[in-house]
Design a protein around this ligand. Structure first.
Ligand SMILES: Cc1cc2nc3c(=O)[nH]c(=O)nc-3n(C[C@H](O)[C@H](O)[C@H](O)COP(=O)(O)O)c2cc1C
Length: 429
């Protein structure tokens, strides 16, 4: 166990020292200790298995497990957010709100799906999901009164407001003030919606421009009294740049990723692109299983940046993208995420998905004797290096194996009897 704990320390982004901005923020509850082990020896010398502990403490917020409803349809009104708490989600992030919902006009259809299987056969499993849905089109007053009601009914559960506004300091300040008055526990700032309203300098239009982002983050963090997470767009060359700017500007956490800019396809009979609205379409946001590997890469590079540039600070990272199993979540955590958000998975499989996610994550932890999330958070980050370094490591390893002379030395030794086996023996000899 000692070596396992050593690995998690290598991630270097575990909680400890407070980030200056967080000192003015409200904190609730104590840090979760990582000291108890999954195996303990009782007085009679028999080893007993201790149930893995999924609880996390993130920026001072206590959650029963790391599974968070990602902003979107699963957090769109009181009824569904209540369902999420009742089913046991660790936290809920509501659908993004802005001051004037009347400016948000949605169209239908607004979703399109990509299925696995021959020519996207209608029976194939859904692996990709595109939406051209905007932020919440429900009146802000309605959303705020629902946040208030939820916090009154579930005072110990974590409710996070997702917000987005135009490039206007007073508007951001008013929105922050109004959402905070409902008693929400934290704010996620949507700097990342890929479609709609770029002309109003909203969403990804801010997240893709580091100067603009720094200015808006400055306004937000000067006003907010609860922890602030900045949600990143993957539609940018280097996602560590806006993540760095957000943390330097006082945000306590980074959430990544929002959807990936996409065109789902073109109907080969009608020649119209999908989703098709009166014959026309617009690029949308891609999510679900197919984006998981891309999200892992983005989270990995943000975690490396945080480990190197913001060590030992109470900052957090929330991994998002294509989570459907406890294993998907474990991967995000192994790459440094404190929490894991799920949006499309809930739309496809329902709110009770959380019990499967918890069971599968616990199974993973039991297999490795991990007692807490902190024990393995960031443990796999150390295995990433450059391609140049991979070449050097492999050449050295081959040299060492050749010294023991097993398998074929090189191509001239091939017998032609089982090329795959012979080629593998060259690598492993
Ligand atoms: C239909 C739909 C609507 C969404 N609306 C929002 C939103 O209002 N605000 C936001 O920050 N993200 C929104 N998202 C993005 C998700 O929160 C999430 O970042 C993304 O879908 C990737 O995660 P997933 O594969 O678990 O869905 C939306 C996603 C979908 C599919």
């Amino acid at each position: 166990m000692a070596s396992i704990m050593g690995l998690s320390n290598l991630a270097g982004i575990s909680s400890g020292v407070s980030f200056p901005a967080s000192q003015r923020r409200l904190t609730t509850g104590a840090k979760v200790g990582s000291s108890f082990k999954i195996m303990c020896t009782s007085g009679d010398g028999i080893k007993k298995v201790v149930e893995p502990d999924l609880s996390v403490n993130v920026n001072g917020l206590n959650m029963p497990n790391p599974f968070v409803i990602g902003s979107g349809p699963p957090g769109t009104n009181y009824k569904v957010m209540k369902k999420a708490f009742d089913e046991g989600w660790g936290a809920v992030i509501a659908k993004t709100v802005s001051l004037d919902a009347a400016k948000v006009i949605n169209v239908t259809p607004r979703y399109a799906r990509l299925r696995a299987g021959v020519n996207g056969s209608a029976k194939g499993q859904v692996i990709g999901w595109q939406n051209i849905e905007l932020i919440s089109d429900r009146p802000l007053e309605t959303m705020l009164s629902e946040f208030k009601q939820l916090k009154e009914e579930y005072p110990d559960r974590i409710l996070i407001a997702s917000i987005m506004e135009e490039y206007n300091k007073a508007a951001w300040e008013e929105l922050i003030d109004r959402v905070e008055q409902t008693g929400i526990d934290a704010i996620e700032v949507n700097f990342s919606c890929p479609h709609g309203m770029p002309e109003r300098k909203m969403g990804a239009a801010v997240g893709q421009d580091c100067d603009l982002l720094e200015e808006v983050c400055g306004w937000v963090n000067a006003k907010a009294t609860v922890p602030v997470w900045a949600k990143m767009t993957p539609n940018i060359t280097d996602i560590t740049q806006p993540a760095r700017v957000s943390l330097r500007s006082g945000c306590e956490g980074i959430a990544a990723i929002n959807t990936i800019m996409s065109v789902m396809g073109v109907n080969l009979k009608t020649l119209h692109p999908e989703p098709c609205v009166e014959g026309y379409s617009t690029p949308g946001g891609y999510s679900s299983k197919a984006v998981h590997p891309i999200a892992l890469a983005k989270v990995m590079s943000i975690a490396q940046m945080m480990k190197n540039e913001f060590p030992n600070q109470d900052l957090s990272l929330s991994g998002i993208g294509g989570v459907e199993t406890g294993g998907d979540a474990a991967e995000f955590i192994l790459l440094g995420a404190n929490t894991v958000q799920v949006c499309t998975g809930v739309m496809m499989y329902g709110y009770d998905l959380v019990s499967k996610l918890c069971d599968e994550l616990k199974d993973f932890m039991r297999t490795h004797n991990f007692a807490t999330i902190e024990e393995f958070r960031g443990a796999s980050l150390q295995y990433f290096t450059t391609h140049t370094e991979l070449v050097r490591i492999q050449q050295e390893a081959i040299k060492e194996r050749r010294a023991i002379k097993k398998g074929l030395a090189n191509d001239k030794d091939w017998t032609g009897d089982g090329f795959v086996k012979e080629s593998e023996s060259m690598v492993s000899n």
